[in-house]
Design a protein around this ligand. Structure first.
Ligand code: SF4
Ligand code: SF4
Length: 184
């Protein structure tokens, strides 16, 4: 479909009104900074912007208060991620003795931060509350490879998320009860 552009009027062709409205904004900020002390810029990166509550920055993985990786490798986040920034390597059939084989944990979990658009779909879809968008907005690296964050890095950046439900404990208790059960 071809959209025809409307012809500019002689005033629009002068471009002066448009230039003037842009300059008005510049002069307003100039005046406010000089005489009213209203600074609208900051000396980044020496000065950092303090993000408001609820800001959605980079997504990181979290552990619970017992140091367990909350992610159970269900791969829902990998499926919903619009730019396909998440790559999960499932644990495979081998049981993980370190976590009592109660749940699966991913063998590897990577997020390509060059692709991530901080949309928050991964956080929304996660059934385990294992991935959260944190307040980091300025991610830098010297190579593309460096911008692919692996599981260890995502977990160290995500830190501990206090989990009041403690699903692991309940599951472990149930498993122990089953083992101890002796039919009459
Ligand atoms: S925030 Fe969005 S783009 Fe980034 S990893 Fe999560 S789902 Fe993908
Ligand atoms: S982060 Fe959540 S949604 Fe993604 S694989 Fe782990 S448990 Fe599933």
């Amino acid at each position: 479909m071809i959209v025809k552009r409307s012809d500019l009027s002689w005033l629009e062709r002068l471009y002066l009104p448009t230039l003037w409205s842009g300059l008005k904004v510049t002069f307003r900020h100039f005046f406010n900074t000089l005489f009213r002390g209203k600074v609208v810029t900051m000396e980044y990166p020496e000065q950092k912007w303090v993000v408001p509550t609820g800001y959605r920055g980079a997504p990181y993985l979290v552990k619970d208060q017992e140091g367990r990786t909350k992610c159970v490798s269900c791969q829902l986040c990998e499926f919903v991620c619009p730019p396909k920034a998440i790559k999960i390597t499932p644990p495979g059939p081998k049981p993980n003795a370190a976590v009592g084989n109660v749940e699966k944990t991913p063998q590897e979990f990577e997020i390509n931060m060059l692709r991530c658009i901080f949309c928050g779909f991964c956080q929304e879809v996660c059934p385990e509350e294992a991935i959260f968008l944190m307040s980091d907005y300025s991610l830098t690296g010297t190579s593309r490879k460096e911008m692919v964050y692996n599981k260890a890095k995502l977990l160290s950046l995500g830190g501990v998320h206090n989990d009041p439900i403690m699903k692991w404990k309940q599951k472990q208790k149930e498993a122990q009860q089953q083992e101890a059960f002796k039919p009459l």
